[in-house]
Design a protein around this ligand. Structure first.
Ligand SMILES: [Zn+2]
Length: 455
């Protein structure tokens, strides 16, 4: 295959877009006609895994090619250490114009997300409004470019314009789609009936449809400017969304089921035709792949690996291993996804200090949720003060919705994946990079995050 230099990249991340809710990924509703047309001429990945289940760590993994505990942005108080190289910076050094149009919040200057971008716009506004600014920026461009786009149109709270709130048959009942409410449901406090849940999903799908309409406008604008043929166009999401699939709502709640970590990935390539790839890849593989396709050399110590061989038809039975991890001083959840299997491991660290401080550390926990956890902790304290509150093993090929836990039935597979996880956890200590820095939020970013239900 010919390696072509100086082509453009447009990289779009649609926040909270669950893979199974796009019509081109088999959804029952026609939510994404414009993305479907785009997908018809793109490389479609069916097994792309995000490295985190929420916005901040996931995006920095895409931009650095590293797992979250290496780039360091693992909670809302941590911003990127400037010593860590990022994708736009490498592009800028290679002579590309770089720009980002994001929805702000975690993707703001406050978190150093602007690193490497010569032009950076972080306003929380609908994509249709952003499109005008993007086209105007593109009009002034005389050199190859790297353009990063991000939208919160699909993110909670779900509020599509009335013309896109079109999936409800019958009465459009009022429902709460705030993060606070979703969290209370996930914690076992809030109640959610079937009718309410249906309406919430309708609104979420309406938001997807709204975004898709703006995506159509954007594609037309880019084509009119004559950039289409020479541009790699990547479409993905930072994570998905849960709708009581496993008892939880929303995202970022210590859950690594596929509705959260398996994301859409479509790559329109000037060098490749339409293709469907079922091998597992990860967000961290995107940067090294595109750098290779563009012939840009960079001496990087990262976890991601180029998937150019997959584009050229070289596949492997096992595929790449994807790990996920979220931890605090009281609990940790990790998962490993490999060869059509997934292991999820949760641990609570029981201690007297925890029992004394739980209200401060877990302020959003309901009394009921805490009592359930405390019950677990008590049992756990008998076992070396650590409670293994759950080991789950799923065969993703025969059980894609992760319903039947095979941890007891298939000890051999369990052991194999536990070993993979153990090796990965051990490797983190020796190769961790620069310390993250403590973030200070400007008022604008605070307001953007509050609007999304954070802070
Ligand atoms: Zn997100």
């Amino acid at each position: 295959m010919e390696r072509v230099k100086k082509q453009n990249i447009i990289f779009l991340s649609i926040d909270s877009l669950r893979q199974s809710h796009l019509s081109c990924y088999g959804y029952k509703r026609k939510t994404t006609p414009n993305i479907d047309s785009f997908a018809a001429n793109a490389v479609k990945f069916t097994q792309c895994i995000a490295q985190a289940n929420w916005t901040l760590p996931s995006h920095f993994s895409m931009m650095t090619g590293m797992y979250p505990y290496f780039h360091g942005c693992t909670d809302e108080k941590k911003k990127l250490n400037p010593a860590i190289p990022v994708w736009p910076e490498i592009m800028r050094e290679a002579g590309y114009a770089t720009a980002a149009f994001t929805g702000g919040g975690y993707l703001s200057e406050d978190y150093n997300f602007n690193k490497g971008f010569s032009f950076f716009d972080a306003e929380k506004e609908p994509q249709t409004k952003k499109n005008k600014k993007i086209i105007s920026w593109l009009k002034g461009i005389q050199q190859p470019f790297f353009l990063f786009l991000h939208s919160f149109d699909v993110h909670h709270p779900y509020s599509p314009p009335p013309e896109f709130d079109k999936f409800t048959e019958g009465e459009k009942i009022d429902v709460d789609t705030s993060k606070t409410f979703f969290q209370s449901v996930s914690d076992g406090g809030g109640k959610l009936g079937e009718k309410e849940l249906g309406r919430i999903v309708d609104l979420y799908d309406g938001g997807i449809s709204f975004f898709d309409s703006s995506f159509g406008e954007l594609i037309s604008g880019i084509k009119e400017l004559g950039f289409w043929e020479d541009t790699f166009f990547i479409v993905t999401a930072d994570h998905g969304e849960e709708f009581l699939d496993h008892g939880r709502m929303g995202h970022s709640d210590y859950s690594f089921y596929d509705e959260l970590i398996k994301v859409p990935l479509l790559v329109k390539s000037p060098l490749h035709g339409a293709l469907k790839i079922d091998d597992q890849i990860r967000h961290i593989d995107l940067m090294p792949t595109l750098l290779e396709l563009l012939g840009i050399r960079a001496n990087l110590k990262i976890h991601g690996k180029s998937f150019v061989p997959l584009l050229e038809g070289v596949t492997s039975a096992r595929g790449r291993i994807a790990f996920n991890e979220m931890r605090t001083n009281v609990r940790v959840i990790r998962s490993v996804r490999a060869g059509g299997w997934k292991l999820i491991k949760r641990e609570f660290m029981a201690s007297k200090v925890f029992e004394k401080n739980w209200r401060k550390w877990l302020p959003r926990y309901t009394k009921k949720a805490f009592l359930l956890m405390k019950g677990n902790l008590r049992r756990g304290t008998k076992k070396k003060k650590v409670l293994t509150s759950g080991v789950e093993l799923y065969s993703l090929k025969s059980d894609p919705h992760e319903r039947e836990n095979l941890a007891v039935k298939n000890r051999e597979k369990l052991k194999e994946l536990e070993e993979e996880l153990k090796n990965w956890v051990e490797s983190q200590g020796s190769t961790a990079l620069k310390e993250p820095l403590k973030v200070t939020l400007e008022e604008k970013t605070q307001n953007q995050l509050k609007g999304l239900g954070y802070l």
